[in-house]
Design a protein around this ligand. Structure first.
Ligand code: FEO
Length: 405
């Protein structure tokens, strides 16, 4: 199976898609059993070619082979750098060498520094500001800086003649789609789930930049005819679907009734207590989304983070371990606060055998976050009637907070 495929998208515009089936952990961090694709694009014009981004270093040779099948690389006049993270720039040195010294590299000023620091290159660089335009072959490639989506040097390209918006990381997704476009038969519900996981784990920390950057898309560029992201499907049937999804995730717009429950349980004590929470939530008409760390099951961190942007509230329940927070939960909580902290109600529950330390250690951190910590419940060992009452009282506070934000 080819690791790099090409597809003609429109007159003289081609997708060059790297399919990374070997990937297990994006950025050596995020669990991605679904794999991932890196989308580069080639525009051929009467005045020469424009290449948008490259690919990850491991795929340099098949990328160059695919490129050569589309164009004599010497005919490429411009390389547009939407983002310098090496999933898109890793092949840059070889690509620039193949094209030749005449190529002009277009990017955010910070990209120039990154090209030097990551690859020790100093190409013929054209600095892009908001509204910088590259006119070529009757098209006006219009650039907009999109800082922090996902790195400070990110930018997008809009081609007004076609209504095409090249988004870079923004509007991207994990996963290897079967098709090219959103109307090729991929399960969009599942695909949007992977896009939400990508948003949460990759863009999440910078989510406050989504709205302010998207405001830069004015007029027709705010309603592009096609979105061409650097990861995942291309959106031509319903570009608004992925744009609206990203805006909703950035704003934390909740799906009614969705409450995320994340817990760790070593020997079942936390599990028994959290079951009281789950039963009560269901009785009240909520849909708990349960993610757990036990001796038989471990949900991926990506799955956990990806459930939070569209939740109404978050419940965290953890075991005590060596007079502290169960280590995996400590990591998960830190990442939740780092990536997907929203102004949503939160409930904290912990159990302990001989010493209750979790609330003392976690409460200040959670209170300082964007979450609204409604209650902290600490239960000694076995669940008894008194503990059950405490838990139900905590759930009531959470439900009140959901209903009166
Ligand atoms: Fe797809 Fe931030 O790299």
């Amino acid at each position: 199976m080819n690791s790099v495929i090409t597809h003609q998208i429109a007159d003289n515009l081609f997708l060059i898609r790297t399919i990374d089936r070997k990937l297990k952990y994006f950025e050596a961090l995020w669990e991605v059993p679904e794999g991932m694709v890196y989308n580069a694009y080639l525009l051929k014009t009467s005045e020469g070619g424009v290449l948008f981004d490259t690919t990850k270093a491991n795929y340099t040779e098949p990328f160059l082979e695919a490129l050569r099948d589309l164009i004599d690389p010497k005919e490429i006049k411009h390389l547009v750098v939407h983002h310098m993270e090496p999933d898109h720039s890793g092949a840059m040195s070889a690509v620039l060498e193949t094209i030749g010294d005449h190529v002009q590299v277009w990017g955010h000023p910070f990209a120039k520094r990154l090209i030097k620091s990551l690859y020790d290159l100093d190409p013929n660089f054209q600095t892009v500001k908001d509204d910088t335009v590259l006119e070529i072959g009757g098209k006006k490639l219009t650039f907009r800086q999109m800082p922090w989506l996902h790195w400070p040097e990110c930018m997008i390209t809009y081609i007004p003649e076609d209504g095409f918006l090249f988004g870079g990381d923004i509007f991207g997704s994990y996963g290897i789609p079967d098709g090219i476009f959103d109307d090729d038969g991929d399960d969009l519900h599942e695909f949007l789930h992977l896009a939400r996981e990508y948003f949460a784990s990759v863009i999440g920390h910078y989510k406050s930049y989504v709205n302010k950057n998207l405001l830069k898309l004015e007029g027709e560029s705010a309603s592009p005819k096609m979105i061409l992201p650097a990861h995942g499907l291309l959106w031509r049937k319903n570009p608004a679907q992925i744009m609206d999804a990203y805006t909703n995730w950035a704003n934390g717009t909740p799906v009614k009734g969705k409450v995320v429950v994340v817990y760790s349980s070593m020997y079942g004590f936390v599990e028994k207590s959290i079951q009281v929470v789950i039963d009560d939530l269901e009785k009240r008409g909520f849909n708990p989304e349960i993610l757990r760390i036990t001796d038989e099951h471990r949900d991926d961190l990506v799955d956990i983070l990806g459930q939070i942007p569209d939740s109404e509230a978050v419940i965290i329940a953890t075991a005590t371990y060596e007079a502290g927070i169960f280590p995996l939960m400590a990591y998960i909580i830190d990442e939740i606060l780092h990536k997907v902290a929203y102004e949503k109600p939160m409930l904290l529950l912990s159990t302990f055998g001989w010493g209750g330390m979790v609330s003392k250690q976690l409460k200040p951190k959670l209170e300082e976050s964007s979450f609204h910590l409604v209650d902290v419940i600490e239960i000694k060992g076995l669940l008894d009637d008194e503990s059950r009452e405490k838990i139900l009282a905590g759930v009531s506070k959470l439900v009140d907070a959901i209903h009166s934000p």
